[in-house]
Each structure stands twice: as structure tokens, then as C-alpha cells.
Design a protein around this ligand. Structure first.
Ligand code: HEM
Length: 457
């Protein structure tokens, strides 16, 4: 019996030792795991729109759109769904100032019972380029120099002056409407043209607009510089505090809708993202209201790991022959596989709560190939920017702010290409509007060569 007792205690000791070892190595494991998670917590930043902030909310339909689309969400007034929104700043670094004069991202994920629908837009109704192959050069021109790691205004204007399709977006960026006071005070636009398909399989072309119910407010350059120095995260802070205080921001969503026949008769290519559809011809049709009312529990898990893509569609909403939209279809999921890894669509913020996942196979719209029509005014990069200067900007004061901002920016062009860049760019301004060109030329102390005037309208 004594021997048995001894063996038993030996066995127990042995087991305890094992347990102790297990406990010790478990501690080591926990330490390693904690450190490993810490060093891997940040995901690679987005290649564009790196700095952002996000919130959850609700979208409520106020107008039955079943005549245009079979999307269940839009089939009845009062229908609603959960939404995730991410606002961002375009080419800037993650640590840059929210008040920078740069396009702002306005990305929405609608968690609908037919799957997730992403609307990945911005605060301008147009985009810089219509030729997607120029996208990397466009982003490089606005980013830091590969050599000096400094922002380079000469490279920026060099790109613009060689690509007059950028003029419309440029005038919007440089105007008094270029720096929204914060995300609550800015509008959102799909930019690209999508399609609605109704239950009878009829198709309509559509552009989406989100109009801020807080108002449309902007900073001057001086105000923006002051706030950027004081608080580079001011727009993020504004969104967070307004939601924390129960002051939930709202946007009314509208659609501009065009029939196929109207598209064929359009003066400008309706699938060219550097152009707008005139509101007189294509008035806004109300869809519903977006309200943001909940902050995510964890910024990294929800905001950083959110993945939006123009290819994430639902039945009743489809694509269009818009060539920039076509290029965007694969660029986003490619970026997200790199940034977040395979299965990014299974992460909580990206997963569809109804279908169990947010994967594209679930709700990918089977698009029939569209015959792309050619438009007479395909290379008219000037008429709409001219209309922006003379009509969209309502007062002389607004026009003067635009020219002042452009002169201040262009004054920093330097180096041997300076006069070539300025002359090319002035030519684009003159072609849009003679007064616009003249004011910028005078601001830059350039004597106008009368040959240049022959291009002007
Ligand atoms: C050729 C054209 C374009 C290409 C190749 C492109 C590519 C990309 C890529 C790779 C990302 C990063 C995606 C990620 O890492 O999750 C991105 C983000 C984004 N893009 Fe584009 N883009 C294009 C045009 C546009 C246009 C026209 C708009 C607006 C109408 C736009 C709005 C956005 C927004 C808002 C984001 C950030 C989304 C977020 O908050 O996660 N992009 N783009």
C-alpha cells in the first residue's frame, strides 16, 4: 500500500510538473500571441483615400422606385436597412489634415436582404480622368515625390496641363467649394453612371446624389490652414462628437435617371465621368434618407477593415459602359485581397447579415455587354468647365475665390518646365472661359500671347 501511495504521489508530481510546464509555456504563448497581434494590428493602408472615419446608420426609403428598379429595398416607402459609411481624404497620407484641399471619399455599404450594395463615391459629381490607364499617374502627381518624399506642385500641374479632361474636376477642387467644413457638411455623388433594372427587365441609367441636410459649408484657404494646424483630425472629431451627442447627421439620397433613348441623344457622353448630367434635363428623383447614428466599437476592425467596391451590387442595380467604372470593378477587390487578405468579405463590417457573407458571387449582376456609342463631343473638355465657371458659381465673389486659389497654387510651379506647364494650362482655362483664363494669367503676371486667344470660345 505504501509503495502504491509513493507511486501515486510520483505520478501526481509528474502530472503537476507537466501542468506547471503547460502553464508556463502557455504564459509564453500568451505573451508571444499578444505581441504578434500588436505588431500585426495595422493593416496596410489604402493606396488612395488612406485617412478616413466611419459610422453605422440607417437608410429609409421615402419614394417607391419599383418603376425603375427591382431592388427590394427601393420597392416600398418605409423600407429600411442598416448602412456603414466611411468618409476619407483622397491622395493624402493617413496622418494628413482633414482640411487639405483634396477630394473627399463618401463610401456607403447598404446591408440589404438581397446582399450588400456598395456606393463608393466622392464629394464631387465628376472625376479627374476618363481614361483609367492614367489613374496611377494621377495619384502619383498628387502624392509625395518618389525622390524627395515632398508634395510637388510642379508634378501636379504637369499632369493637369497634359490632360485637359481634368479641367472640370480641377475647377471644382480649386473653387470655394473645394474644402468642406467637415464630413457632415458635404454632399456625396456616385460620379460614375450605374443602371437600374426593373422587374420587366427595362433598363435606366442612373447617377446617385446624397445631399447633406446639415447644409453645404466650406472653408476658405486661410480657415483651412488655421484648422489644419490646430487639429488635423477636425472632421473625424466632428463626426464622432456629433454622433456621441445624439446629433445624428442626415443626407437625402436622390437619383438622376436617364432612359436609353435619352442617352443616345445626349450631347455629351453620359458615361464620361468627367461630365455632369445637367439638372434642368435630368432632375433629381428622391429615394430616401441616410442617418448615421452609431459609432463602431473598434476603429481598426470596422473602419480600417471595411472594403467597398463598385462591383458589389444587388439585383436591380447594374453597371454601365462608363469606362472608369469598368476599371474600378477589379481594382478594389484586388486592393482588398492585398490589404486584408483572402476572405476580407467575411469580416464583420463586410459580411452580409442576410446571406451570411458579402461575397460577390451572391449578388453579382449578370451584365449583358453594352454597345458603346461614340459621341460627337467626346473631346470637349471645356464647355462644362466653362458652365461651371459662369453658371454653377453663382456670384462674381465665388468666381474670384476660384481664380485666387488657382493663382496661389500655380505660383508654386517651379523648375525648367515652369513656363511650358503654365502656358499649356492657361490654354485650357481660356478654352473654358476667356475671363477665367485672363484672370489667372493676370494673377500669374503672364502677358497674353494673342495666338493663345484663338483657342478660346
Ligand atoms: C480608374 C479609376 C479608379 C481606380 C483604379 C480606383 C482605385 C481605387 C483603389 C485601389 C482603392 C483602394 C481600395 C481599398 O483598398 O479598399 C480606392 C478607394 C476609393 N476610391 Fe477609387 N478608384 C478609381 C476611381 C474612383 C472614383 C471615380 C471615385 C469616386 C466617384 C473613387 C472613390 C474611391 C473611394 C471613396 C475610395 C475609398 C473607399 C473606402 O473608404 O474604403 N474612386 N480606389
Amino acid at each position: 500500500m505504501q509503495f502504491e501511495g509513493f507511486v501515486k504521489s510520483l505520478i501526481l508530481k509528474y502530472l503537476n510538473n507537466i501542468n506547471m510546464h503547460t502553464a508556463n509555456s502557455n504564459k509564453d504563448f500568451m505573451l508571444q500571441e499578444g505581441l504578434a497581434r500588436f505588431v500585426r494590428e495595422q493593416t496596410p493602408v489604402r493606396a488612395v483615400f488612406a485617412k478616413g472615419t466611419g459610422a453605422y446608420g440607417t437608410f429609409t426609403v421615402s419614394n417607391d422606385l419599383s418603376a425603375y428598379t427591382s431592388a427590394t429595398l427601393f420597392s416600398k416607402t418605409g423600407n429600411s436597412c442598416k448602412v456603414f459609411a466611411r468618409f476619407s481624404s483622397m491622395p493624402a497620407d493617413k496622418g494628413s489634415a482633414d482640411a487639405a484641399r483634396a477630394p473627399k471619399g463618401f463610401a456607403l455599404k447598404f446591408y440589404t436582404e438581397n446582399g450588400n450594395w456598395d456606393l463608393t463615391g466622392s464629394n464631387f459629381p465628376v472625376f479627374f480622368i476618363k481614361d483609367s490607364s492614367k489613374f496611377p499617374a494621377l495619384i502619383q502627381a498628387q502624392g509625395r515625390s518618389k525622390k524627395t518624399n515632398l508634395y510637388d506642385k510642379t508634378a501636379y500641374w504637369d499632369f493637369l496641363c497634359h490632360n485637359p479632361e481634368t479641367l472640370h474636376h480641377l475647377l471644382m477642387t480649386m473653387s470655394g467649394r473645394g474644402i468642406p467644413q467637415n464630413y457632415r457638411f458635404m454632399d456625396g455623388f456616385s460620379g460614375n453612371t450605374y443602371s437600374f433594372i426593373n422587374a420587366e427587365n427595362e433598363k435606366f441609367w442612373v447617377k446617385f446624389h446624397l445631399i447633406s441636410q446639415q447644409g453645404f459649408k466650406f472653408f476658405t484657404d486661410e480657415e483651412a490652414a488655421a484648422i489644419a494646424g490646430h487639429d488635423p483630425d477636425h472632421a473625424q472629431k466632428d463626426l464622432v462628437t456629433s454622433i456621441e451627442n445624439g446629433d445624428f447627421p442626415k443626407w437625402k439620397m436622390y437619383a438622376q435617371i436617364m432612359t436609353d433613348e435619352q442617352a443616345r441623344e445626349c450631347k455629351w457622353n453620359p458615361f464620361d465621368v468627367t461630365k455632369v448630367w445637367l439638372h434642368e434635363e435630368f432632375p433629381l428623383v428622391e429615394i430616401g434618407t441616410l442617418e448615421l447614428n452609431e459609432l463602431p466599437e473598434n476603429y481598426t476592425q470596422h473602419v480600417e477593415k471595411s472594403a467597398f467596391s463598385p462591383s458589389q451590387l444587388i439585383d436591380g442595380i447594374g453597371l454601365s459602359p462608363d469606362s472608369v467604372l469598368q476599371a474600378r470593378l477589379f481594382a478594389y477587390t484586388d486592393a482588398q485581397r492585398y490589404r486584408l487578405g483572402n476572405g476580407f468579405d467575411q469580416l464583420e463590417v463586410n459580411r452580409c447579415p442576410f446571406t451570411g457573407n458579402g461575397s460577390l458571387e451572391d449578388n453579382f449582376y449578370d451584365e449583358k455587354s453594352e454597345a458603346v456609342q461614340s459621341y460627337e463631343d467626346e473631346d470637349d473638355h471645356f464647355t462644362q468647365p466653362g458652365l461651371f465657371y459662369t453658371k454653377a458659381l453663382k456670384t462674381q465673389e465665388e468666381r474670384d475665390i476660384l481664380t485666387k486659389n488657382i493663382v496661389a497654387h500655380m505660383s508654386e510651379i517651379s523648375g525648367e518646365k515652369r513656363s511650358d506647364i503654365i502656358n499649356r494650362q492657361l490654354c485650357h482655362f481660356f478654352r473654358a472661359d476667356v475671363e477665367l483664363g485672363m484672370k489667372i494669367a493676370m494673377g500669374l503676371n503672364i502677358n497674353i500671347d494673342m495666338n493663345m486667344m484663338s483657342h478660346a470660345k
